[in-house]
Design a protein around this ligand. Structure first.
Ligand SMILES: Cc1cc2nc3c(=O)[nH]c(=O)nc-3n(C[C@H](O)[C@H](O)[C@H](O)COP(=O)(O)OP(=O)(O)OC[C@H]3O[C@@H](n4cnc5c(N)ncnc54)[C@H](O)[C@@H]3O)c2cc1C
Length: 593
């Protein structure tokens, strides 16, 4: 059975030693979030995740959800665990205190999110989807809608969904067909079918609040004619009468079996417009930044739990002898961790996880600044970073997170393929994060097509300037050369790639389309490399400390060196692919496929 231990020490190190999380208290509204307050929250979250949620991961996967008479039953133990989770206030941590929330900084919330998703991704999606609905409603609902729905979403007695996808469209939401007919009382009758709706129906809560994209009768075609509606399963304004929304069936799927993926039918269901008519996609996209960061964290979370199990296994599984001579001669064979190839896999995952956690925390702090700072310029700069990095975090952390679960499975050899050991579940569960909330190819296009040119490239220039300044400042420092020099090269390659797009893609957009995924990964490598420079900088100042700290810091420095020597060089390959352009990609006629 796989195990999970929340990496609290690493989390605290990143938040406080690397990213200066103590400064959170300087932001208006965050005065109380001192280390003394945050630490017990992280510890308590770890306890709930390790003791309540994680033990249901495997059984939830085996049992899956049940569909009976239009109702969905979650796997055994989920309802009780959700009750504990909800009563512990965990559905409220990232929500506005005005509606009963605890208003925790995003930087802390995303660390908790990582623990939840490492423990049990299927379970975590129920409150995760509710939070997406909460964010949209909080941003775009009228005060009346907010008063009716937010307190219940915040306390977790109701849950939420995001209903975008239809059989004929997922990425291209301009093709949405669900209709909304205006009624005399200001409400709408919603009619249509949504598919793949996570947590669309289940037995954890008293009411389910669907946020639905639909087209008001007579609205323009395409994305300019889509509006956002709130459609509850039970109508609070009519004493809880059942609305005309129902689950038609559950999807059979590759992973996340404990989460209900539903076909939802709206048969003239009563709904209310949220925000402006025909501007539903804008409302959705505002929410999506946050949701996409959350999905990026899912990739990291699966990578972390897979690593922990693979590392434990590698220390106990005996096979062969170390190339340099037996390390455990008293045993019939050495544990596989002595083998460089097994080390290569473990180090690759570890070097990714530590930097990815730092990247998420860095951007989460930007999100806190963007929402809270009293300084408009500072807010703008933070908002710029958030927009730029969201597709990078979503795309790179989920692509690599999945690849890491495969690598961790490989550490187990054939035993990784056997369900009982749990490694194949991590592979299956991690796979979805690359697809939903905008498939990763779409993240790459968002980065290249939208985020790079936005505001005349302001966000990108700020990022380049910050990394360049760091390289200049630390470049002469001998202790840091091993980190700063490779970063400098990779940054140069990213700048070359950007310039190549400017010179070659404006006249032929296929050049950008063909190189977008490589660009996103090149960007991710530079961002992770920059994180390793920050981590190394913080670690070396503590490398002389006593009581085991020095050892941990030396381990961090070594892991960072591994990243710089063995992972960052992939930047060169990405640049070569980008520069190869769209020629051979687009040359074959459609009939040739
Ligand atoms: C388990 C699960 C849970 C889900 N949960 C939800 C949910 O809660 N709510 C919800 O609304 N949806 C949900 N979805 C749907 C999910 O968000 C979509 O599947 C996803 O957005 C992709 O849409 P699609 O499947 O229609 O693929 P398509 O849009 O058909 O895309 C197919 C492929 O083509 C690529 N592609 C498409 N257009 C372009 C383009 N212009 N340029 C380049 N490449 C392109 C895509 O990247 C993808 O690789 C869920 C899906 C699954 C499987």
């Amino acid at each position: 059975m796989p195990a999970y231990k929340a990496p609290l020490r690493d989390m605290r190190y990143v938040l406080y030693d690397v990213m200066g999380g103590d400064d959170l208290v300087a932001l208006p509204g965050y005065e109380d979030f001192t280390r003394d307050l945050v630490d017990p929250i992280l510890e308590e979250a770890a306890k709930v995740c390790e003791e309540v949620i994680q033990p249901l991961n495997r059984s939830g996967d085996e049992e899956g959800c049940h569909f009976e008479n239009g109702m969905v039953r979650t796997p055994k133990g989920f309802a009780e665990a959700y009750k504990t989770f909800r009563e512990g206030g965990w559905t409220a941590i990232a929500c506005d205190p005005a509606y009963g929330g605890q208003g925790l900084p995003a930087a802390v919330n995303l660390l908790v999110e990582e623990m939840i998703c490492s423990s049990n991704l299927s379970f975590g999606m129920y409150p995760g989807l509710s939070h997406g609905a909460y964010v949209s409603l909080h941003g775009f609902g009228s005060e009346k809608l907010k008063q009716t729905y937010l307190p219940k979403l915040v306390d977790g007695s109701w849950s939420g969904t995001m209903c975008l996808t239809e059989p004929q469209c997922g990425t291209d939401l301009g093709l949405v067909r669900t209709r909304a007919a205006p009624q005399a009382d200001g409400s709408y009758k919603i009619t249509g079918t949504k598919i793949f709706i996570s947590a669309g129906e289940h037995d954890l809560v008293d009411n389910i609040i669907h946020l639905v994209l639909a087209r008001i009768e007579g609205a323009p075609e395409g994305t300019r004619g889509i509006s956002l509606f709130i459609v509850p399963k039970f109508l609070p304004a009519a004493d809880g009468v059942r609305n005309a929304v129902s689950c038609g069936s559950l999807e059979e799927k590759m992973g996340i079996h404990g989460n209900a993926t539903c076909v939802m039918n709206y048969d003239g269901a009563t709904g209310w417009l949220m925000g402006e008519a025909n501007r539903g996609l804008q409302a959705m996209f505002t929410m999506m930044n946050e949701a996409r960061l959350g999905v990026g964290v899912q990739g990291l979370a699966q990578s972390e739990v897979a690593y922990q199990n693979a590392a434990t296994y590698a220390k106990t599984r005996l096979a062969g002898r170390a190339l340099s001579g037996a390390k455990f001669p008293q045993q019939p064979a050495d544990p596989i961790i002595v083998h460089p190839d097994v080390r290569r896999m473990l180090m690759s995952i570890r070097a990714f996880n530590e930097a990815a956690r730092a990247l998420v925390t860095w951007i989460a702090l930007k999100s806190d600044i963007a929402h809270r700072s009293a300084d408009a310029k500072e807010r703008q700069a933070a908002e710029d970073y958030l927009g730029l990095m969201t597709p990078v975090i979503k795309g790179v952390l989920t692509d690599q997170g999945f690849a890491n679960t495969v690598m961790a499975q490989q550490v187990y050899g054939g035993h990784g393929y056997i369900a009982e050991n749990g490694m194949e579940q991590f592979v299956r569960d991690a796979r979805i994060a690359m697809m939903y909330e905008g498939a990763n190819g779409i993240q790459a296009l968002d980065l290249v097509g939208r985020k790079l040119p936005k505001d005349g490239g302001r966000a990108l220039q700020a990022f380049f300037a910050e990394v360049s300044a760091h390289i200049k400042e630390r470049g002469a420092d001998k202790e840091l050369t091993a980190y700063v020099t490779p970063l400098s090269q990779a940054l140069g390659e990213l700048q070359q790639a950007t310039m190549w797009f400017l010179q070659n893609a404006l006249g032929n957009p296929d050049q950008a389309g063909a190189g977008a995924t490589d660009y996103m990964h090149l960007f991710g490598l530079v961002a992770l490399g920059y994180m390793w420079c920050l981590i190394a900088d913080a670690a070396r100042s503590k490398a002389a400390s006593a009581d085991g700290v020095a050892e941990r810091m030396t381990q961090r420095l070594t892991t960072g060196r591994f990243f710089m020597e063995r992972m960052l060089p992939a930047a060169t390959t990405h640049l070569a692919r980008i520069k190869a352009g769209a020629g051979s990609v687009m040359a074959l006629p459609t009939e040739a496929f």
